[in-house]
Design a protein around this ligand. Structure first.
Ligand SMILES: CCCCCCCCCCCCC/C=C/C(=O)SCCNC(=O)CCNC(=O)[C@H](O)C(C)(C)COP(=O)(O)OP(=O)(O)OC[C@H]1O[C@@H](n2cnc3c(N)ncnc32)[C@H](O)[C@@H]1OP(=O)(O)O
Length: 735
């Protein structure tokens, strides 16, 4: 046997026998010359083919990583890379010399497609594979949609391609995606296999020549699958086009399927959705690199280790937070005020953990939560003496939170971090009752806390960089996206949500029905419209907060106008519903009616319709027809407008932060890239003009008055989103 020389665009320092073509590194950097990588791969293959001393080829990655696929930034560059990979995969497949892929680390996207051209695939036991193109608004465009169904069948290929999920080596082996899984050196194993293959026929290993395995009921299967794909996609184009490409594989010869794949790929490549999803990919990574206006930064701050944590309060939020910590393998003490609450909380937590353990078992993982060293329940604050971090998750009441923080400050060890799970309260006020305000931080979880990815991390005036870094590290360990924001009422998420919900309610006063408003926003792509959301969360939550603020309830000054507060427009509609006991799903009635208290199926309620009509009569509001455009613009543009104020005030350090918050915590459709990205696609001058128009019609709604920062950006010529923050302190002579 003889081997070809090492042919590589990079260096392989493992000094293996001479057979390798080294492919792209794990993280193609921003300027990674992807075309050069492809060229090197092609040249390497051609040289191996032409060299009679080479009898077999192994393709592996650099530094123990196969490939993360194409450089995503390349898809938005004018010189679009990548379309050249398909012919190279075919070139690999046509090789008369056996080609074996040695998959270590990850093989994703174009990287996995390369392996589908190889005649055999060997994976390391810890390798992960996937075709995540759908998550960045694309499809596997290097013939992957045609080869994968031929290799593993249509159902498995559909699942992998339309979800973009990563699979483990053991699942890949079960599916037949790889031929062998090894625990040893994968490249050496691949070389050994290649050795054995020399001289053997390869025809049956060329996937393009194989038929797609038949299903007894292919047509019915595809029809049903399409319904599922569309339902999951919620307006996102890529999953459906992935489906179409795979369907083509079942109906057409390989070459025609490839043509169809290319056609569909081009549709996606030029779609705004791909751009938005790729923006979202990088935005999520950008927020990891946090900074604060005082100069604190991820670069200089180091997180402290959290060996043991505590959660105070086992209500809905506390239960989810405990579950997240257990899943992150952080030993946790769960504390309640008395044994009765503790037992209720304990049962609920155990139920959540059992469900999570079952889910994890399906993916071949285990969850150990029956061990007291991992999870302990208590009613005595004394058990908190040795914890490194406490998350207080009692209900939103400043006096109660302050009492708890004062106690924590006295009991916990001096270096312990104190976090408050609040959705709006002032972090500085909470910190003020402790002896360590530098270690106090807001950690705003989203319900259900063990499912939702967002963690808003709110620093106060005295919060130290180490505390921020520790909270960010905690988010990462819990597999959440931490977004560092400043301290203001409602922080980023709820502060932007307030004008959105307020407009939705004003629209009801003027003539819309809850289901009209929800429909428009759900058609836009929100998972759930504002009224369905309010019914789900419970109308009483906002009612309590408005009562605390003196906006309604017994503390309201006698003679206050029903529809005005502090000289601005106010809608008492949500208060009136609460006074009638309509709290949403929990009472079976809210903005909608439900089959029973706790029911989940929202039905439009004729009672609400006549209630709204009587309300308008009482307040002499002329009912008018409100079109979809106005509903969308008034709800979204006020939310975006608030976003510009947040940026101007330095509450968030860039538009990506706001977008990541909205995508991960508020059901904003990811394929629209987040509210600020969406604003940039609509065009800031258009948003400004519409806000000006609505503000003139509704002068008593300050949230419709265009933000000064928005006006400035328009005056500065509508710069691209990446540049917005650089204009914050620049002078504009057009204003
Ligand atoms: C020579 C053959 C190889 C093939 C390559 C050739 C390409 C040819 C084009 C083919 C065209 C056909 C269609 C193919 C399309 C694709 O391949 S699309 C890309 C598919 N791949 C992905 O979507 C992978 C995306 N990345 C990830 O999922 C994760 O980053 C990871 C790889 C699993 C690693 O995770 P983790 O360790 O948590 O690190 P991160 O923080 O996520 O990333 C670190 C930095 O790397 C950047 N990065 C990662 N992947 C890419 C990428 N594909 N393109 C550009 N940049 C990437 C990421 O942004 C981080 O950057 P910094 O924040 O600046 O550190």
């Amino acid at each position: 046997m003889s081997w070809g020389r090492h042919i590589a665009p990079g260096q392989d320092n493992r000094k293996l026998p001479e057979v390798q073509v080294v492919i792209s590194p794990l993280h193609p950097t921003r300027n990674s010359p992807c075309l050069a990588v492809l060229q090197a791969l092609e040249d390497g293959l051609k040289r191996a083919d032409a060299d009679p001393s080479v009898k077999a080829v192994t393709i592996c990655g650099e530094n123990g990583k196969f490939s993360a696929g194409a450089d995503i930034r390349g898809f938005s560059s004018p010189n679009k890379q990548g379309l050249g990979l398909g012919p190279i995969v075919s070139l690999i497949e046509r090789s008369e010399k056996p080609v074996v892929a040695a998959i270590e680390g990850i093989a994703l996207g174009g990287g996995l497609e390369v392996t589908l051209g190889c005649h055999y695939r060997i994976a390391h036991v810890q390798a992960r594979m996937g075709l995540p193109e759908v998550t960045i608004g694309l499809l596997p465009g290097a013939e992957g949609t045609q080869r994968l169904p031929r290799l593993i069948g249509v159902p498995a290929a559909l699942d992998i391609i339309t979800t973009g999920r990563h699979i483990s080596a053991s699942e890949a082996l079960k599916l037949g995606l790889v031929d062998e899984v090894v625990e040893e050196n994968t490249v050496e194993a691949a070389i050994r296999l290649a050795n054995r293959l020399i001289g053997q026929p390869l025809g049956h290993r060329r996937l393009s020549l194989k038929p797609v395995p038949k299903l007894p009921n292919m047509e019915a299967f595809l029809t049903e699958a399409l319904v599922k794909v569309k339902k999951r996609a919620q307006g996102c184009l890529a999953p459906e086009l992935c489906f179409q490409a795979i369907k083509a594989a079942t109906e057409q010869p390989f070459a025609d399927g490839v043509r169809k794949e290319r056609e569909l790929f081009n549709i996606l490549l030029t779609s705004g959705q791909a751009k938005a999803l790729q923006y979202a990919f990088f935005a999520e990574r950008a927020v990891e690199k946090w900074t604060t206006p005082s100069g604190a930064s991820w670069k200089t701050a180091s997180p402290q280790p959290i060996r043991k944590a505590a959660v105070i309060g086992l209500g809905t939020m506390g239960r989810g937070i405990v579950t997240s910590l257990v899943k992150a393998k952080i030993p946790v003490v769960a504390l309640e005020q008395d044994l009765e609450y503790l037992n209720t909380g304990r049962k609920a937590v155990m139920l959540l953990l059992e469900r999570e353990a079952m889910k994890m078992e399906q993916g071949g993982q285990t969850l150990d939560f029956n061990n007291p060293a991992r999870l302990q329940f208590a009613v005595d604050f004394d058990v908190l003496r040795d914890v490194d971090l406490v998350i207080e998750a009692v209900f939103e009441n400043m006096a109660l939170k302050k009492e708890i923080f004062n106690k924590l400050s006295r009991i916990c060890k001096p270096e312990a971090f104190l976090c408050t799970n609040t959705s709006a309260l002032n972090i500085d006020e909470i910190a003020s009752v402790t002896s360590r305000p530098q270690q106090v931080i807001g950690t705003h979880f989203f319900s259900p806390a063990h499912v939702m990815r967002l963690l808003e991390i709110i620093y106060g005036r005295h919060t130290s960089p180490t505390t921020i870094a520790t909270a960010m590290q905690l988010a990462k360990v819990m597999k959440k996206v931490g977004v560092v924001v400043g301290n203001c009422f409602g922080f980023v998420g709820n502060r932007m949500m307030f004008p959105y919900v307020q407009q939705a309610v004003f629209l009801l006063e003027e003539g819309s029905r809850p289901e009209d408003v929800d429909q428009v926003l759900e058609d836009f792509g929100f998972k759930i419209g504002p009224f369905r959301m309010s019914d789900l969360a419970g109308l009483d939550v906002g009612w309590r907060s408005r009562k605390d603020q003196g906006l309604t309830g017994p503390t309201l000054a006698p003679g206050t106008s029903a529809r005005q507060r502090h000289g601005y427009r106010y809608s008492p509609l949500p208060d009136l519903l609460c006074e009638k006991g309509r709290f949403g799903q929990k009472t079976g009635k809210g903005w909608y009616q439900y089959e029973k208290a706790g029911g989940r199926t929202a039905k439009p309620d004729p009672w609400i319709h006549s209630f709204l009509s009587e309300y308008r009569d009482t307040h002499q509001i002329k009912t008018r027809f409100i079109d979809q455009e106005e509903i969308l613009e008034r709800c979204l543009f006020t939310l975006i407008n608030e976003g510009f104020d947040i940026l101007a005030e330095g509450i968030a350090s860039g538009p990506e932060h706001l977008d990541v918050v909205y995508i991960n915590g508020y059901g904003w459709p990811k394929h629209r890239g987040g509210p600020m990205f969406y604003a940039s696609t609509v065009g800031l001058p258009n948003i400004l003009a519409k806000l000006q128009k609505y503000s003139e019609i509704h002068p008593d709604v300050p949230q419709l008055r265009p933000s000064a920062f928005l006006k400035k950006l328009v005056a500065m010529g509508n710069p691209p989103l990446n540049d917005w923050m650089s204009y914050l302190h620049r002078q504009s002579n057009k204003l």
